[in-house]
Design a protein around this ligand. Sequence first.
Ligand SMILES: NC(=O)c1ccc[n+]([C@@H]2O[C@H](COP(=O)([O-])OP(=O)(O)OC[C@H]3O[C@@H](n4cnc5c(N)ncnc54)[C@H](O)[C@@H]3O)[C@@H](O)[C@H]2O)c1
Length: 264
Amino acid sequence: MTGNRLENKRVVVTGAASGIGRAAAELMAGEGARVLIADLNADAAAQAAAEIGAGAIGIAVDVLDEASLAAMISRAVADFGGLDVLCNHVGGSNPRKDLDLLHLDLAEWDRTMALNARSTVVASRLALPHMFDAGGGSIINTVSVAGLVGDTLQCAYGAAKAAVIRLTQYIATQYGRKGVRCNAVAPGAVMTPALRDNLAAEVIADIRSDNALDLIGTPEDIGWAMVYLASDESRYMTGQTLVLDGGLTAQSPIAASRRKLLDD
Ligand SMILES: NC(=O)c1ccc[n+]([C@@H]2O[C@H](COP(=O)([O-])OP(=O)(O)OC[C@H]3O[C@@H](n4cnc5c(N)ncnc54)[C@H](O)[C@@H]3O)[C@@H](O)[C@H]2O)c1
């Protein structure tokens, strides 16, 4: 599917060699954007760019490294002549180390905060002056439903995503008058390599039965929301977190078990 919803937009997506970021980059390029695909996996980034075409460029970045993020933003500005959209998409935590509070590995807490929250601060700071030069821009942060509600495990991940949700509001508040909008997308479970590697098939089936919709999300389900937030169609929206979770967090906590009783 191709259109022109993002014609003339110059976009950077981190973590775009795989999963949701890759889908978002492809959908954005299909809507006319010039997209820089930045990923720790340089080969996969180059391959994604080649497959997407439309002038997409693939480069290596490590979002944990400030100099690497600075090189990423400079490359986008040099190649595209400026920057309009930054997607701070990389995130996650190691589920074997990010456990409940009593068993959480504190080094993993620090790494998770850096990977999800500090990287978003650093990349956004580097991007903002270029957005001001362009007369405005859109920052899109990928968070998670884990940042909205508590869970039994992965407390560093949830806390880091919650930090990014609040940071999204601060960026929106502080730079709205300069024409910069900042919003977040909060996916529930999405069928990506990360999900497949970290969760057993029965757990994924369980999540599906907990959702209000009888679905597990696809990368494109989130990618289309990112297209909207990158486009001028969302020009009156800032500081918001768009939740795309099959209705998981819209329900009363007891709805899923009630549904199972009704089904029996
Ligand atoms: N998949 C889901 O179910 C789900 C749900 C909620 C939120 N999310 C969020 O979506 C984002 C990514 O998820 P995905 O499903 O697209 O994952 P994915 O594993 O498919 O892709 C992640 C990409 O990030 C890259 N990456 C990892 N560390 C990096 C680093 N330090 N610097 C640069 N790139 C790095 C990887 O090489 C990979 O290409 C994360 O922020 C995650 O928290 C995913």
